[in-house]
Write a protein that binds this ligand. Sequence first.
Ligand SMILES: Cc1ncc(COP(=O)(O)O)c(C=O)c1O
Length: 380
Amino acid sequence: MAENIRVDFNKPSLMGNEMAYIQEAIERRHISGDGTFTKRSQEYLQQALGVPRALLATNCTHALEMAALLLDIQPGDEVIAPSFTFVSTINAFVLRGAKPVFIDIRPDTLNLNEQLLEERITSRTRAILPVHYAGVGCEMDTIMEIANRRQISVVEDNAHGLFGKYKSRFLGTFGALATQSFHETKNITCGEGGALLINDPQYIDRAEILREKGTNRSRFFQGMVDKYTWVDIGSSYVLSDILAAFLFAQLEVSAQIQEKRKRIWNFYDQHLHAWGKAQNVQTPFVPEHCEQPSHMYYLLMPSLKIRQAFIARLREQGIYTVFHYLPLHLSNMGMEYGGKAGDCPVTEDVSDRLVRLPFYNSLTEEEQSLVIEAVTNFCL
Ligand SMILES: Cc1ncc(COP(=O)(O)O)c(C=O)c1O
């Protein structure tokens, strides 16, 4: 292998008109929130996904916090989430006083195991938070049937899954609310950014208030009130139009971005799927009825020890791979809520063994070949 190789895990790139639109935002003299590019991005998401309202937010974490506020989560309410997820999924609800209830994941898709859902529901359960891991849809038919029957709200954490589909329907369009991330590791990005998708229109008006510091500023700008004032609790969740300009430039070429990423995902899978089978290394599983948006490619190594050796070995060769998530039920906070080893065995196992390969829009076939060579040369 050639010397001085470096394949990063993630690398930002310009995909279209990012710089021109940032300049345009400045020339329009509107670089705070709710400018032209915020509106264009929101309209784009609404049309592309067919959701009644999409609101840009500073990040997915804040969109989740808005969801918890909109559902009026109160101290003592219980909220069910997979243990195998990013902290923000549940922390947004714990901030309102909710008690987290963690459930295990399916060993195939690494999504919340819908078969375990019903037994964790109590009279205090207020929300279920399916996370579409790697943009592969959770079993939404079962989850929505249970949630509707038990009158529990569903908030989809779709941080990974923009443009993914479950049974031909876009992820993020099932729950009353859903959240997106435009963090730099995501397919479509503006560095830090997010969106709240509102599928149940009863939440639209209040969402506009919450994000504007608890004021009816949006209604003022729409000419619906003659002055704006403090009407509810809230915070500042609007995205600067500079970032929205960057984001819109990526959204408008999202079809090309998705095509590029599909090629990258397929190239990994073509070269690693059979190798993985032979080596007892699990590669991503996508059920027939799901369309995944090529967000990530991961391997499940046979053990923690092998995973750590693998990451170190590839790093020596200039190839950067990462692992995530540490089981939330075993985190300091999770244990304060009663979490203990053995509660979510699949999560505990997967968390030790998962490793993500370099994946970004400008990853070349040459770079990918270096990664594949390093992976398949690693002696298990
Ligand atoms: C499943 C999940 N939810 C939420 C987040 C938080 O996203 P953000 O960084 O946009 O706040 C992440 C971060 O990557 C995530 O993986």
